[in-house]
Ligand binder design. Sequence first.
Ligand code: ASP
Length: 436
Amino acid sequence: MKKVVCKFGGSSVADAEQIKKVVSIVQSDERRRFVVPSAPGKRSDGDTKITDLLYLCHDLARQNIDFSGPFDKIHTRFLDLAAALGLSFDMEGMLGEIGRLIAGGAGRDYVASRGEYLSGRILAEVLDAAFVDPAEAILFRSDGRLDSDASYARLRARLAADQCYVIPGFYGADAEGEIVTFSRGGSDITGAIVARAVGAAVYENWTDVSGLLMADPRMVPNPLPVEDITYREMRELAYMGADVFHDEAMFPVREAKIPIHIRNTNRPKDAGTRILPRRERTDRMIAGVAGRPNFSMLFIEKAMMNQTRGFGQRVLEVVARHGISYDHTPSGIDTMSVIIQDEQLAHKGELLVEDIQRILEPDRVELIRGLALIATVGEGMSHRVGIAARLFSALADAGVNVRVIDQGASEINIIVGVKEADLDRAIVAIYRAFVT
Ligand code: ASP
């Protein structure tokens, strides 16, 4: 029997009621043998995540400021959980120890990891499962990057018995045994690593939404859910901000072709979204559409650019020398554009333009600000006749001026740049053009 890895996000373990849902989900399918929890998240809109409270405690302690305010909140939440679930271990003692370590100058990653550690201890008890501390199984190199092969080997050895295991998300340790965390939201990565290590049949990612929607519901009213999507499509949509799943979490499972299934802890009967190597459903022309603002475009024009050897390379060298990374470089015969996130550009725009002018002597160089990029995503779409035409006529009909187009070499998306003010209107127009 192939096993299933289930990762539960912060809202799925936010209080005792939620944890009971987790127990019933895990127990309703005997293949669910590996459980990876986040730290308790928000119980309601105004609430604070345990991880944020832990970071706050650490930052205050480091400046010698009293951290008892946020620490008391953590204390109360975990003691309430222990009482409501009737836990037998010494939660009070563990919290006391964590408080002392924070006061004694414990490292930031160690402090942040305690939310997942405690949530793992709780789940192990309520599920009557074995607790595996990732500090002993997920290994980081000295440069802070994951040592995947060593981690897979350790996990495989630790998770070999025929029983249920709980492995807290978000952290591991380096060779010296110091705790190291992934980036925020990193429990998704832990789940993916465990799934890969044990060769799971599926990696279930339980959260508080029933998967992905074909467009952002804040822009498009009642968009259709995405039932199946490929890893590649998902990655393109995630890059544009469709963020139900951590970007980096895709790679370990994708390489091993393990499907990811995003599901809703509060509505376990909903279909959710399956992320697969290949998509069976072909009745939908696109997988989804997503966009985001805050891009700028460095536009360069020079007659005979296409015959000037190394021109593009030199442009990118100047960009790199300013410490800026870029996202796309759509180009024409005599023009080249470099699309950059505003965050990357920061205040370096003017100097960048001056350098390009001086070094490359183009006929024209301009920095166009206030762009939004929109990706319309679907496997094989750029090969299908009529898709681009449909997209551009929808934008034209909606009165949206397209400033830049990048179809790149990949066949899975068409990216257009529009004025930020046109973003919502453009997304609605594209969605309506493809989804009826
Ligand atoms: N608790 C961590 C965070 O809030 C990791 C996670 O939830 O995935 O970022």
